[in-house]
Design a binder for this molecule. Structure first.
Ligand code: TYD
Ligand code: MG
Length: 460
């Protein structure tokens, strides 16, 4: 007879082994193994982890052309910014995981979405596994939520939650949070690997059966990833991350995974005393506190999805009091900073070897786009030479290892946005400038190399 047995699984990547290990051979995570019950092949299929997959027992191969697809129905979340990140609204029957550090505003946002959607589409079920009804009510009061179709429940057992969903058949379900719910049919405390996996599977099955969209809140670990098995992210349809500094008012939502849309869009919000408010023009905010004619500050045009976002790169280069100088980068990859320093040294003759270098993206944003490299070089050189950069100039362009400035995608969108924000000059790759020709109201300065760019940027 086959028996259930205990195995160990890595909470970071889901790697399974029969004995406990201190370090995961798959992902290298330390102390990440947890004991979980391995269900034998005979165990009732309802208890098994692969529940979220469609029933395959009777499926026959079907020609692709014979498969009918119902028109994808999207619901508006009531927030333009959230809809944008989701790829144009919430798809019915999708499971959306939203992660973020404590206090960032996950519960606030989802309560606001619940309120708006309940007014538009009918009943919404908000399942609070962490807070009491009166705590949720206090928050609801704060954001002015009073819709009679917004139903609250404090329930932590996943099967009972699904039962309620089936009885109500609401337009939307919010489960706050996956770490707080449990399945009484299996062992383990709420938040443990086996419980998270099981609850997500159960939920996934119901979501697909009832065709109701579900938002699932997930806590994040110290490293910033959603706590629980990586498999959780594989199972759900959409993974959103809520980012921003809890000390600052601005919050960004980005999609890490989206089965129904792009993953490069971001949504911007501001936390006010009445909850989260959409920020349709984030560039204006990120540039709002920019000092005029400052040394080491350069505005760059980046692109997130279809939207241009302007941000300010700030550099500070100071003589190092120690033998080994420090390099610190916030909002930008440290290896990218080191690379740009090496290029500036070799190609523009700026020697940073005795200086500390600090770089920051104002507003707490993070950028990974290579288009910021030219701006980063100008900002570093400006601080190094103690020369101002003209505050009405912005830039974009990738810098190659030979010091050449390379083109980036969709320059027209970036320039259009620059004009809208009141910039007068743009330093950009020479080839792109040639292609664009004359742009009324904007002086285009095409540069071929990084040293040419520094000459143009720092002469004023
Ligand atoms: P919360 O939504 O509970 O965060 P999470 O669920 O991600 O842990 O709370 C977010 C923070 O925002 C909290 O510290 C209080 C603050 N806040 C406001 O500033 N304005 C508001 O209208 C509300 C409801 C909360
Ligand atoms: Mg919360």
């Amino acid at each position: 007879m086959t028996r259930d047995r205990w195995i160990y699984a890595c909470s970071e990547c889901g790697y399974e082994t029969s004995k406990w290990m201190g370090r995961c051979p798959e992902c290298g995570g330390w102390n990440s193994f947890q004991e979980i019950k391995h269900l034998s092949a005979r165990t009732d299929v309802k208890q098994r982890g692969a529940l979220h997959l469609p029933d395959s027992s009777q499926s026959k191969p079907t020609p692709l052309s014979n498969i009918d697809v119902a028109a994808e129905e999207r619901l508006s979340s009531g927030s333009g910014e959230l809809d944008r990140v989701l790829g144009g609204g919430i798809v019915k029957g999708s499971l959306i995981l939203i992660g973020g550090s404590p206090g960032i505003g996950k519960s606030t946002l989802l309560l606001q979405v619940s309120e708006r959607m309940s007014r538009r589409y009918g009943e919404v079920l908000y399942v609070s596994g962490e807070e009491s009804l009166s705590q949720v009510k206090i928050r609801a009061k704060r954001i002015g939520a009073s819709s009679p179709a917004l139903l609250l429940t404090v329930e932590r057992e996943i099967n009972r939650i699904c039962q309620q969903v089936e009885e109500l058949s609401p337009a939307l379900v919010v489960v706050d949070s996956i770490q707080a719910v449990y399945d009484s049919g299996i062992e383990g405390y709420p938040g443990s690997l086996s419980q998270i996996r099981q609850c997500c599977s159960v939920l996934m099955q119901w979501v697909k059966k009832l065709n109701v969209p579900v938002f699932l809140v997930g806590h994040v670990t110290k490293g910033g990833a959603i706590a629980g098995p990586k498999m959780l992210e594989h199972m759900v349809d959409v993974v959103l991350y809520f980012e921003g500094d809890a000390f600052q008012m601005y919050r960004i939502i980005r999609a890490e995974k989206n089965r129904f849309g792009p993953t490069d869009e971001i949504g911007a919000f501001e936390m006010r005393d009445v909850g989260l408010v959409d920020v349709p023009e984030p560039s204006k905010i990120f540039l709002a506190e920019r000092p005029q004619r400052a040394v080491g500050s350069q505005v760059v045009a980046t692109l997130r999805g279809s939207r241009p976002i302007f941000m300010e790169i700030q550099s500070l280069v100071t003589e190092s009091p120690f033998g080994s100088p420090r390099r610190l980068a916030s909002g930008i990859d440290l290896s990218r900073l080191l690379l740009m320093l090496a290029i500036l040294e070799k190609k523009a003759g700026l020697y940073f070897s005795r200086d500390d270098v600090y770089v920051n993206i104002a507003g707490g944003l993070r950028v990974d786009e290579p288009a910021v490299e030219l701006g980063l070089c100008i900002s570093l050189a400006s601080s190094f030479k103690n020369k101002e950069v003209c505050s009405r100039t912005f830039t974009f362009g990738e810098v190659g290892l030979a010091g050449e400035v390379r083109g980036v995608s969709q320059p027209e969108i970036r320039i259009r946005e620059g004009k809208k924000l009141g910039f007068k000059r743009c330093i950009l790759p020479a080839k792109t400038a040639k292609q664009l020709g004359e742009v009324p109201g904007m002086e285009l300065i095409g540069v071929e190399t990084v040293s040419e760019a520094l000459e143009c940027a720092l002469e004023v």
